[in-house]
Design a protein. Structure first.
Length: 60
């Protein structure tokens, strides 16, 4: 479980940042789309972190 949280801190923040950049590149500069992009990216980071943690765990 600790590996999952570690991976989520890395992957979740990366995808949240990518979501914010995607929103800003579309020209949407108000706070609602920026927050929505960050939340969507962080939510997409949950299953991605789970998959990465499982792959790393099975390497051992």
């Amino acid at each position: 479980m600790r590996l999952f949280f570690l991976m989520f801190t890395i992957i979740g923040t990366s995808l949240a940042g990518a979501g914010v950049i995607a929103v800003l590149s579309m020209g949407l500069a108000s706070w609602q789309p920026i927050v929505a992009g960050a939340v969507l990216g962080a939510l997409l980071g949950l299953p991605a972190a789970w998959v990465v943690a499982q792959k790393i765990r099975h390497l051992q």
